[in-house]
Design a binder for this molecule. Structure first.
Ligand SMILES: Cc1cc2nc3c(=O)[nH]c(=O)nc-3n(C[C@H](O)[C@H](O)[C@H](O)COP(=O)(O)OP(=O)(O)OC[C@H]3O[C@@H](n4cnc5c(N)ncnc54)[C@H](O)[C@@H]3O)c2cc1C
Ligand SMILES: NC(=O)c1ccc[n+]([C@@H]2O[C@H](COP(=O)([O-])OP(=O)(O)OC[C@H]3O[C@@H](n4cnc5c(N)ncnc54)[C@H](O)[C@@H]3O)[C@@H](O)[C@H]2O)c1
Length: 486
């Protein structure tokens, strides 16, 4: 369709202050904020309200994982003095529960709520730029003072011979499965592959992960090793350093031919194939050229105010190809809005303070700068370690495998933290607050932590750090001297 054809489809014109394209975590935040603050706002959504997080991502994955954990607890009960039982998993009921949880949460992201609480009108159409300040959605031509592109990302499908001809699934289908896989093959051992592999394994499927590098490669390798060991103990067939060469489907059977690290060919067969090898930004069909918005295959280019190369258009969340998390999309939604409302004085996109958590058992979490980033920036730091096995609550829960590593500057500033262990995603919150506010380790000295909690691990790390600073030869001599006056 030519631009003129597209424009000629419009039967009405809508003039607004802000037009947000995409009603996922980022778009809903930006649109709700703009509408709530009195700007005339329209939100466009081509598919389901709530985007990936609600429908195909965070919510269904964590709900599936909750069922998996319940099944695991039954098998694992002997450690607690309880007779273990092999759970009778009704997989389709598990899937029903996943879908019900999505439905229970859907109101929060709904058109109705956007209208009632924030005064935002939603148009359930795909948006496409037809000019630098014009978007066409169905038969409506929208002219806005500002636009926010929040179109998210889709599963990347790698160009592996034969793959496209098979009925493989991605995160868009895995939560709607109609049978429990006997043997699930997972291509990719990043957060999606790892979470889904373990969940299916604990629900009773045989699972093989085919990962060309290492699982959880974006996290601290020492901590990823803890997850690796658990996967192996869970009975996952973990194939790291294995490259998928071709895929074939014969009836219900998928066969993936891989090259092993030693260069041999190996065929792995299963009755379900999940592809989770990364994401591609949703830029196709958006008419970005018509709007003068530059992009690369990674995503839309933005500056530190989240402006695109068209200063009236901002882009946020997964479509920018940066850190792809719901909380980042939400944070950027608020930031882009502030920059729209405050003439680009709302603040800069600060990726140095971002946390993330992968919800494997045990959880793997990070916040702030990584060790590699600190080295690149020439910042002196030390790693303060606090193991889970020294924490009383972890012992009571029977989950002592894990560690917290805090990256501390010479002046005590907390630059980042990495952790693996029971509820690491909760423990990391304290460090998220510390990193965001530039706190030093002595902030934890002042804090009284309730006993016995996992959060006390943070206190243990700060004790470890301050003991070293306190019990110096100088301090000991000074105290001895003062003792002479007792
Ligand atoms: C399986 C899985 C598990 C995940 N788990 C977590 C987790 O636990 N924690 C976490 O923080 N993150 C998690 N994520 C990542 C998280 O889902 C994304 O980072 C987040 O959804 C990105 O939000 P967004 O607003 O940028 O995009 P999306 O949520 O993808 O929303 C984009 C919306 O734009 C719409 N759209 C696209 N093009 C157009 C158009 N032209 N016109 C109109 N509408 C359009 C789409 O239909 C979609 O609804 C997970 C992702 C997956 C896949
Ligand atoms: N808990 C969470 O917050 C959470 C959960 C799921 C997803 N996410 C978000 O979604 C993003 C995408 O997740 P993902 O796991 O799809 O991507 P990813 O890029 O993080 O990991 C993909 C993995 O697949 C491997 N891979 C790539 N091509 C391959 C091939 N041909 N054969 C075998 N392995 C291959 C890579 O080496 C990598 O380890 C994440 O980066 C994260 O931002 C977050």
């Amino acid at each position: 369709m030519t631009l003129d054809d597209a424009k000629s489809k419009a039967t009405k014109t809508l003039k607004v202050d802000v037009c947000v394209i995409g009603a996922g975590s980022g778009g809903l935040t930006a649109a709700g904020g703009a509408g709530g603050l009195g700007r005339k706002t329209v939100l466009l959504e081509a598919n389901k309200m709530g985007g990936d997080c609600l429908n195909y991502g965070c919510v269904p994955s964590k709900t599936l994982i909750a069922s998996a954990k319940a099944a695991h607890a039954m098998r694992d009960a002997s450690r607690f003095g309880i007779t273990p039982v092999e759970p009778d998993v009704h997989f389709l009921e598990v899937i029903d529960r996943v879908q019900k949880t999505i439905a229970d949460l859907a109101h929060h992201d709904s058109e109705e709520r956007m209208k009632e609480e924030f005064g935002v009108d939603t148009i359930r159409e795909r948006g496409r730029f037809v000019g630098p300040r014009q978007v066409l959605a169905g038969d409506t031509l929208i002219e806005a003072k500002h636009f926010v592109i929040a179109t998210g990302s889709s599963p990347f499908v790698p160009p592996i011979e034969g793959l496209a001809e098979t009925d493989f699934i991605t995160n868009e289908k895995v939560f709607e499965q109609t049978f429990q896989p006997k043997h699930l093959i997972v291509l990719g051992g990043g957060p999606i592959g790892s979470e889904m592999a373990q969940a299916h394994r604990l629900l009773g499927s045989k699972v093989t992960i085919i990962e060309m590098g290492q699982i959880m490669g974006k996290d601290d390798p020492e901590l990823a090793e803890v997850v690796r060991k658990r996967f192996i103990a869970d009975g996952i067939d973990l194939r790291e350093g294995h490259k998928a060469m071709k895929v074939r489907q014969d009836g219900d059977l998928f066969t993936v031919t891989v090259e092993t690290p030693s260069g041999e060919e190996l065929a792995i067969s299963g009755d379900q194939l999940l592809v989770a090898v990364g994401r591609k930004a949703n830029v196709d069909g958006l008419g970005l050229e018509q709007a003068g918005v530059e992009y690369t295959p990674r995503g839309i280019k933005v500056d530190d105010k989240l402006r695109t190369t068209n200063s009236r258009i901002y882009a946020i969340g997964d479509v920018t190809g940066g850190l792809q998390f719901t909380h980042v999309a939400g944070y950027q939604g608020r930031l882009a809005l502030k920059n729209i409302l405050l003439k680009n004085m709302g603040g800069k996109n600060n990726t140095d303070i971002v946390p993330w958590v992968t919800y494997t058992e045990p959880e793997l979490a990070h916040v702030g700068l990584t060790q590699a980033q600190l080295k690149e920036r020439g910042i002196d730091f030390e790693v303060v370690r606090a193991p889970y096995h020294d924490n009383d609550r972890a012992n009571a829960e029977g989950e002592t495998e894990g560690i917290v590593k805090v990256l501390v500057g010479k002046d005590g500033k907390i630059w980042g933290a990495d952790m693996v262990g029971l509820h690491a995603g909760e423990v990391v919150q304290q460090y998220a607050l510390a990193v965001a506010n530039g706190l030093k380790m002595d902030a934890f000295d002042k804090m009284i932590s309730p006993y016995p909690t996992l959060g006390e691990i943070s206190k243990a790390a700060s004790d470890e750090w301050s003991f070293k600073k306190t019990f110096t030869a100088f301090n000991k001599a000074a105290i001895k001297l003062l003792g002479a006056f007792d």
